[in-house]
Design a protein around this ligand. Sequence first.
Ligand code: MLT
Ligand code: MN
Ligand code: ZN
Length: 302
Amino acid sequence: MKVVLLGTAAGGGFPQWNCNCGRCASCRGGAPGVVPRSQDGLAISADGSDWYLVNASPDIRAQILATDLLDPGPGPRETPIRGALLTDAELDHSLGLLMLREGAGLEVYAPVAALNALRDDFAVQQIVGRYGDWAWFAAKDGMTLGRLRVRVLAVSNKKPKYARADGGGPWVVAYRIEDPATGGVIVYAPCLATWPDGLETFVDGASYVLLDGTFFSPDEMSGSTRAGVGSTAQRAMGHVPIAGPDGSLERIRKLGAVQPGTNWAYVHLNNTNPVLDSRSPEYAEVRAVGVKLPPDGTVLEL
Ligand code: MLT
Ligand code: MN
Ligand code: ZN
């Protein structure tokens, strides 16, 4: 199986258009080791001809154009993209569906709460349905995409800010995609409110785990200096931080000793996260545990 990391930043991307924090300013200024990143998503294929997106960010058009593997053809209007799996209905993971309206339509898999939000609160289902032949499915543990096997783990009940409905989660899932022909396994979990129950088992035997790395510390957006951005939005966004005793890095450090065959990487990096600067001590701390911070466009063969 091939996996392309189309984007690796959180909502807003890096740099964020309205942000003058130190890191966004360095990135804008072309500082070495502070590379731009688009909003997170993957493309996955077992055979190199049928591709599935995992999340569809508002950057999807540029991401597809930057990825030769997703070039259209051989017919005049043929795309190798067959469908999309969504981990949730957040705008940074679903706005891209609107950008794909020129196609004939896709099959979309998502948690039921997310599908409902994409119909009742942000009417993507109705809108793209007027342009093409789209099909919407509840993401089911054990489903298959061609020869790829998909496992689904409910990871949180954090709903998007725009969603009104309260009823019934889970709102957010992680995916484990296995290629039985190669034994390759990727786990994608870009949205973790806390370290979820069952994640250790879910990643067991994975070749690669792409994990929520939104924030390094629990409070990096507060404070009114240029290091912070004077915002109290971080708590409401609810992402498990990388650092600290309850952070994900400590969990990975412990798991790493048990599962030495598994590669770990952080994605969905928020523009305030100091790991975006490869000269920072926080970057060094993450790398010292062996966790990677791969750039956009990275291709994994699993
Ligand atoms: C999140 O990851 O918490 C959301 O994408 C935040 C947002 O952009 O609303
Ligand atoms: Mn997000
Ligand atoms: Zn910024």
